[in-house]
Design a protein around this ligand. Structure first.
Ligand code: R2B
Ligand code: URA
Length: 295
């Protein structure tokens, strides 16, 4: 996993107009590529840690700054859509909920890293999810991301046509994280992650405003996906895996299960337990990063 000096890979936009443009405005970060010195500010980035909520990203960044002994970071984003915190060579950026929001964040982060001429960058999503046959609090390290049709694909519609992109996570990154989780005695499992396009019907919940299936059908679906190796359900993994894979950067997904969907639909855990659970992906990923970067 350590960046191999002889094989550095610069993040490079696969769009000639971006390479030619004088000034590129990253609208959802409120940052222009010429107003700030991108190589100076972001050229050293080696890890991008992404999570859904802005406050969780801030919390993770502040905790990491304490761990590595650097100043408490401030939000570098100039827009209220996303936050960006930088602690040494690690960025903490939120992506909101669902693939469309995540895709905007990832594309603008990749463009930012392109302008910064950053090299050998790894992306990690630290998130929450619904476990499938795993106990609440388990950390699920994704091996593969599948869409609602259980295909390892992220679906886009471009010019009125359905375009599919393969979902690619870095197997070495995932297996290294799994080995570290064992070493740290964290309750972790590795398995496939189902990416749904909504929280309710798309995840076979029985507690939505609409529901046209029975409990038996929900359980049958969850049993089927469990037998196919799915261990959790969330809402961004296919886009995350496909966009990073297409960009040629390594990526991993580490999500804590807030509940076991075989048992519950409602997320009713206490605030204290929620905070404890959402710290688990951070503990694993921050330890991993510190080992990799020797910081
Ligand atoms: C997990 O939690 C969010 C929904 O509550 C969503 O962003 C996800 O993937
Ligand atoms: N996030 C999801 O998408 N689903 C859950 O069940 C919990 C968190």
């Amino acid at each position: 996993m350590a960046p191999n000096q002889s094989q550095t890979t610069q993040v490079t936009a696969q769009n000639v107009s971006i390479s030619r443009t004088k000034d590129d405005f990253l609208y959802h970060f409120g940052l222009s590529s010429t107003a700030v010195d991108m190589p100076k500010m972001f050229g050293d980035v080696k890890f991008v840690c992404a999570g859904g909520s802005a406050s969780r990203s801030k919390h993770y960044a502040e905790e990491f700054s304490r761990e590595i002994g650097v100043a408490k970071p401030t939000n570098l984003s100039r827009s209220d859509r996303f936050v960006i915190y930088k602690t040494g060579p690690v960025l903490w950026i939120n992506h909101g909920m669902g693939a469309p929001s995540l895709s905007i964040m990832l594309i603008e982060t990749l463009k930012l890293l392109h302008h910064a001429k950053a090299e050998d960058v790894c992306f990690v999503r630290l998130g929450t999810s619904g476990g499938v046959g795993v106990a609440p609090g388990s950390v699920v390290i994704s091996t593969v991301a599948v869409n609602g049709e259980l295909q390892e694909e992220y679906v886009q519609w471009i010019a009125g046509k359905r375009v599919t992109r393969p979902t690619r996570l870095c197997p070495l990154l995932s297996s290294s994280l799994s080995a570290l989780a064992v070493h740290m005695h964290l309750p972790a499992v590795s398995g496939k992650t189902l990416c749904a396009d909504d929280f309710y019907e798309g995840q076979m919940r029985l507690d939505g405003f609409f529901c046209e299936y029975e409990e038996q059908q929900k359980l049958s679906f969850l049993t089927t996906i469990h037998s196919l190796g799915v261990r959790n359900i969330e809402m961004e993994s296919t886009a995350f895996a496909a966009i990073t894979g297409r960009a040629g950067v390594r990526a991993a997904i580490v999500c804590v299960a807030l509940l076991n969907r075989m048992v519950d639909d409602q997320v009713t855990i206490s605030k204290e337990l929620y905070l404890d659970y959402e710290t688990r992906p951070f503990k694993l990923v921050s330890t991993f990063i510190r080992k990799q970067l020797k910081i």
